[in-house]
Structures are given as structure tokens and as C-alpha cells.
Ligand binder design. Sequence first.
Ligand SMILES: Cc1cc2nc3c(=O)[nH]c(=O)nc-3n(C[C@H](O)[C@H](O)[C@H](O)COP(=O)(O)OP(=O)(O)OC[C@H]3O[C@@H](n4cnc5c(N)ncnc54)[C@H](O)[C@@H]3O)c2cc1C
Length: 485
Amino acid sequence: MADFDYDIGIIGGGAAGLTVAAGASRLGAKTLLVEKEKELGGDCLHFGCVPSKTLIKSAKVYHLLKHADRYGLPAMQVPPVDFNQISARIRSVIGVIQKHDSEERFCGLGAKVEFGNPEFSDEHSIRLNGSTVSAKTWVIATGSSAAVPPINGLDRTPFITNREIFYLDRLPASMIILGAGPIGAEMSQAFARLGTQVTVVDLGQQILPKEDRDFADAVQKTLEAEGVRFHLNSTIEEVSDLGHAREVRIHTAERTEVRLTAETLLVALGRKANVEGLGLDRIGVEFDRRGVKVDARQRTRRKHIFAAGDVTGGFQFTHAAGYQGGIVVSNAVFHLPRRASYTWLPWCTYTDPPLASIGMNEKAAKAAGIGYDLWTEDFHGNDRSLAEGEDTGKIKMLLDKKEKPIGVQILGPQAGDLLAEWVAVLNGKVKLATLAAAIHPYPTLGEINKRVAGNFFSEKIFSDRVRKGLKFIFQFKGRACTLAE
Ligand SMILES: Cc1cc2nc3c(=O)[nH]c(=O)nc-3n(C[C@H](O)[C@H](O)[C@H](O)COP(=O)(O)OP(=O)(O)OC[C@H]3O[C@@H](n4cnc5c(N)ncnc54)[C@H](O)[C@@H]3O)c2cc1C
């Protein structure tokens, strides 16, 4: 049997790679983790989830200060934002989390961390920093980067992506964001709240294209009310550098030409898999524009080479990358054939209010030809929402024709956290009746979960039929009061 340097080698130290490295090394596999940047943590820690959510919080606090009078407080004149201070806070939050994702921690778990640019020399070996290193099993977990489509003039115009946006040395006075997906939506609101004049351009007819139209439109309306301008249904014809500003020439939905100018141009037009330079062609690992092709067990065409996370081009979330990392550990270390399933994969876009989803939304159910009944509950009817001054939005619960939940979407305060109860209910196959009967603390936002389930039962319980039955059995006398017309 061939003797390899390592049992398992992992390329990429982000959410997926770190999950595999931690799992494999703790289970006693001799593990190598190779990262091309100077630190572990990946996009989520350095250029994605962590800096974006930290920025979003700063923007929210600033927004609340500016609108203190809405909470019965004295109206305030708030000084302008110093973006360096926000960047410093972002760096400090990252610094705390970085310790958890450090070389020392992984060494403590038993994994060797190497920094450099690896390239496969054969299907078991990589060239790294002038040496050849072999492993019995490999995992490609190199993530994704901002896609930069071939827009006329973009190659000659300065622009930023998620790699630069959290580390600007000052707040841009104005910003054009190309792309109205989750990153574009989150950043448009955060920067508008901080004082940047933001314009978003997208080819699509709605923002957040995966979401139901009514919820996406509600988010758009909130962003517009906060000053974000949208040009949807618009094609980007050309981008140019005016020296002091960037210009974007678009054709709008009405087929008119509009020239937009702004100090900063953010490209948020989707992601591309990080596959360049790895030598995947050489070792017969299949990939296309979207990413490395894997089966449900995260195996590439070469069965001892796995791939996980954004590089596989599927659901591009940190929790999806972590989940796939776990599937790799089961298959590659335990040798237990475990398959990925995305039926109950949740996600959340962290606008304010945020929009969270698990299972099928109406759009997905219609596309799949699945009949459903819709149950809703407004945040306006939730006492805690009113107390918080955050009563926009609602919860939608989709039941199939057998009255089983197939999906839940929440647009409202703390939507991502509220979804956690549904994660447990749906994965644990908990009966809706159990959720509806379970005592929830008052006053909490979480009561909305119980209420929407309760709505389904109350229609059955408080029906004419039940009323008539009880009247017949117990001789009830009926209404004691009737409102005047
Ligand atoms: C602005 C923004 C906000 C986001 N917000 C959220 C959010 O709120 N929630 C959420 O779930 N997801 C969010 N995401 C998505 C999330 O960041 C990714 O899904 C997640 O990072 C994917 O993990 P990964 O391990 O696949 O890739 P990464 O975390 O990117 O890790 C890949 C690692 O591989 C390294 N690498 C790349 N090429 C090589 C190479 N050739 N050799 C060696 N190493 C290499 C990279 O340097 C990196 O460290 C956000 C993304 C962005 C851009």
C-alpha cells in the first residue's frame, strides 16, 4: 500500500476546510491544512459574514440615534460617521474570532497548517513552497470570490468588491452597487444608514431573486424609504472612470438611457468558484464555471478527492459549507456513506428587517408544481414587536395538501433567530399541534411561531361545526353581545 505523508490534506482554511480539519484531526487522522492567505478563517471571517454583520450593527445603531425621537427620546443631531472607527471595530471583532480559527488552535487539535499556493502534481500530491506533499485523501475547500462579469469598461474603472468594502479609509459620499442580491441589499442599507447616497442596479425584476416577490418588494420598500434608489430591470451598458467619480450607463426598464455617477462602485454580481491554479485539469477533477462537481457525498470524479463549501457552487452560506465539511468527515474519515440533504437548509438576508427562509417558499413550491396552503401572522399583532418599534413584516407557513409544513419564511425583527425554532421543528418532525400548544414566554417575538401554527388549528377549532356540536351537547346559549352595525 502506498505510503502518504498525510491521511488527509485540505486546501482552503475557511468554514468548510476548518470543519474538516477539526473533525479529521480530532478523530486521529494525520491532517494537513493548506491556506493561501496569511491567516485562517476564509471569506466569512475576513470579507463576508463577520465584517458585514458588524458593519450592519454599527449602521443600525447610527440609524436609531438619528431617529431617537421615534422612541420618545429627544431628537439628536448626530455627527457624521468616521469610517475608520467602524473598520477598527470590524477588525477587533475579527481579531477575537480569529483566535478560534488560529494555526495554534488547529495545531492543538493535531492538524498541521501550512501557508502557500498549492498545486496538484498528481492525484495524491501537491507542490507547496518548493516541496511535494502527499495525502491519501484530499479535500478542495477553496471557496469563492466576487464574480466580475465582462461589462464594457469595467477593466478600466476602479471598483471594489466584498474584499475592500469593510476596510475603506473613509465613508463614500455616494455608491453605485451593481447587483441586488443578498450582499447588494445588505450593503445598500448599511451604507445608506451611515450617510452614503446609494443606488442599486440590477437586471432582474425584483431584488433578492430567490425570495418570494411580496417579501422582496417589502424589503425594497423599506430600503427606498431609507433613501436607497433602485434601477431594476436595467441593463448595464458601460462603466467608465471620470477621474473624480465612476459612471455607469444603463438602459432602464422604460428603455431610456440613464447615466449614474458615484464616488464608489461596488460589484456584487454573484460569485465564482476559486479553482484557478490548483491544477485540477491535470488530475481529472471535473469543474465548470459554477464550481467543482461533486456527488451527494461531496466526492469529485476522483473518489478520494472531495470538495466542500462555496467552491462546489451550491448554496453559498457558511452553515452550508460547515454542513458539507461534516459530510466529508463522515465519508472520508469514518468511511460512512452519508449524503447531503438540503430540504431544511435555512438562510437569512440581514437587512433590517431581515428575511429568513427554510424549506420551500411560494416561488419554489410553484416552480416544483407542489400545491400548498398558506398561513400567515403579522408582526403587527405581536406585542413585543410593537414595544420594540419593529412591527414590519410577517411570517408565512406553507403546508402541503396533507397539512405537513413544507416551508417557513419570516420577514421581521430577528427573523434569522426566530427561524431556529423551525429548524428544530422541521428537522425533528415535531407536530404542528405540539408547537401550537407549547408555552412560549411573553412578550417575545418567538410567539409569532406559535401563533402561525395556532392559526391553522384555530380555524378548525373555532368553526361553526364545533360551535354547533357544543351547543347541542352542552346547551350553550350563544352570543352575549353583538356589535352595532
Ligand atoms: C459580503 C458577504 C457576506 C456574507 N454573509 C454571509 C452570512 O451572513 N451568512 C452566511 O452563511 N454566509 C455569508 N456569506 C457567504 C460565506 O462567506 C461563504 O459561504 C463561506 O465563507 C464559504 O465557506 P468556504 O469554506 O467554502 O469558503 P471560504 O470561507 O472563502 O474559505 C476558502 C479558503 O480557501 C482559501 N483559498 C482559496 N484558494 C486557495 C488556494 N488556491 N490554495 C489555498 N487556499 C486557498 C481562501 O483564502 C479561504 O481562506 C457572505 C459572503 C459575503 C461575500
